[in-house]
Design a protein around this ligand. Structure first.
Ligand SMILES: Nc1ncnc2c1ncn2[C@@H]1O[C@H](COP(=O)(O)OP(=O)(O)OP(=O)(O)O)[C@@H](O)[C@H]1O
Ligand SMILES: [Mg+2]
Length: 260
């Protein structure tokens, strides 16, 4: 608890001086492509259908009957974000392994299938990144490379072969994930990603809330949060605490996920 409170305090202090800055030095990056989705020079990646299937990523399919569940989640999320006039969403859970990444990836793909929206999926779980694995891609650079100053954002961004979906992956585990996720550089990035294409939905796959201080410290940078709850596994006390922690961070709903 002390760890979470420390992270909250640090986030408040950092926010007092963090301001959006230009992350895109090359003017070629400052204009969206004709779909308004991503900078035109961004590396294009093919999402491997076998990997998607193996990891239960179904929302890009047209015929899977389960896709209706993600369509319904998409409708509710988009409606709520539109009502509050916001575009960025953090997906978290009380503890590990509750289905955050699967939900984030499927929701992002479901949104990308809707012609009215573009979406950016950010792997903000620097402790245990897995978005790239779920998508069957092997990025050369990722969010932690940007946060440690070793790469620029356009070098890390990927454009999926599914239209309207771009990805900011995290390449590999980093030891100081809490410090990186709550750093002023990350907060500036979140502000820039939101401001850059005002109509684009930005989805963050986050670490769990309890036991890890970095998640709560980052939450002020997202407009809204979604809590994934593992059916039959999340304890009542954990859920209550998670909801309490999210009450200041526009919790817009919960996803009851079965992981069997
Ligand atoms: N609805 C589901 N049905 C079946 N399996 C699922 C479901 N949701 C998640 N899983 C499986 O449970 C495991 C954990 O899911 P996932 O990686 O999405 O959780 P997570 O909350 O992101 O975990 P972590 O805290 O480690 O980041 C994965 O093997 C995933 O395929
Ligand atoms: Mg995960």
């Amino acid at each position: 608890m002390e760890q979470i409170e420390r992270a909250l305090r640090k986030a408040r202090e950092d926010r007092q001086w963090s301001r959006p800055t230009r992350l895109f030095k090359d003017s070629a990056w400052t204009h969206p492509d004709q779909n308004g989705a991503v900078p035109s020079k961004t590396t294009k990646v093919r999402l491997d259908p076998a990997s998607l299937k193996n990891h239960r990523v179904i929302a890009g399919q047209i015929h899977d009957p389960l896709i209706d569940l993600y369509r319904s989640l998409r409708a509710q999320v988009l409606q709520t974000l539109a009502q509050i006039g916001k575009t960025s969403l953090g997906i978290t859970s009380a503890t590990h392994g509750e289905g955050k990444t699967l939900t984030a990836v499927n929701l992002a793909l479901a949104i990308a299938m809707d012609v009215k929206h573009t979406v950016l999926l950010v792997d903000a779980d620097l402790r245990m990144p897995s978005v790239a694995r779920y998508l069957g891609i092997n990025p050369a650079l990722g969010l932690s490379d940007y946060l440690t100053g070793e790469a620029e954002i356009p070098d890390c961004l990927l454009r999926a072969d599914k239209e309207r979906l771009s990805i900011l992956p995290a390449r590999s585990h980093v030891g100081n994930s809490a410090e990186l996720l709550t750093s002023p550089r990350m907060m500036q990035l979140a502000a820039e990603l939101k401001a850059r294409y005002p109509d684009r939905i930005v989805i963050y796959d986050l670490p769990p809330l309890l036991s890890i201080g970095d998640t709560i410290g980052f939450l002020p940078s997202v407009d809204a949060t979604l809590l994934v709850v593992k059916d039959g596994a999340t304890r009542t006390a954990e859920l209550t605490r998670a909801v309490e922690l999210l009450s200041d961070h526009k919790l817009i709903g919960t996803v009851l996920n079965a992981t069997q």
